[in-house]
Design a protein around this ligand. Structure first.
Ligand code: ZN
Length: 168
């Protein structure tokens, strides 16, 4: 059973730049927890900073149902292409759905759970999902990437989220 919960905007821990993992053995329980939380939330991705762990680990599952689970440790974007506008949401920014400018193809280098270095390419939803999760490792949320006209539309709900957090 997961002991962790997902942090929500505007929690300052979502803004921390995560550090590289030195030994993949140390993050195995964290990866298990992230996968469990992602699956329980029917999400397609989750990054370690979203549960308050400032390490460079993300999990994805573009099936949204536990059928395509992947773990990425110390992921690095080598190249991107095919920019588009992609509708995104985030467990850490509940209630907000918006189109974000995002590459739809990515080549990434990462360690897998067994510590093996891999270089892989993703296109479409898996690419977009991975880039969204990788942003979390640098303290960036998808709402930071919104065009100005979308920011205007979401200014009020985001202010409300900040006010709710102040009252906690
Ligand atoms: Zn997110």
């Amino acid at each position: 059973m997961a002991r962790r919960s997902v942090l929500e905007y505007p929690d300052a821990r979502l803004r921390v730049r995560a550090v590289a993992v030195e030994d993949v053995a140390t993050v195995q329980p964290l990866i298990d927890d992230l996968i469990e939380l992602m699956t329980a939330s029917k999400a397609i991705g989750l990054a370690a900073p979203q549960v308050g762990e400032a390490v460079r680990v993300v999990v994805t599952d573009v099936s949204g149902a536990g059928a395509a689970v992947e773990a990425f440790i110390n992921p690095e974007v080598l190249s991107t292409k095919y920019p588009g506008m992609v509708e995104e949401s985030c467990l850490s920014v509940p209630g907000i759905v918006a189109s974000v400018p995002r590459a739809t193809w990515v080549q990434v280098r990462h360690l897998d759970r067994s510590g093996e270095l891999r270089v892989r390419e993703f296109e479409g939803l898996p690419a977009v999902c991975l880039l969204h999760e990788l942003d979390h490792l640098d303290g960036t949320l998808f709402i930071d990437r919104l065009p100005w006209f979308t920011r205007l539309r979401l200014w009020r709900p985001l202010r409300e989220a900040r006010r709710r957090a102040d009252r906690v």
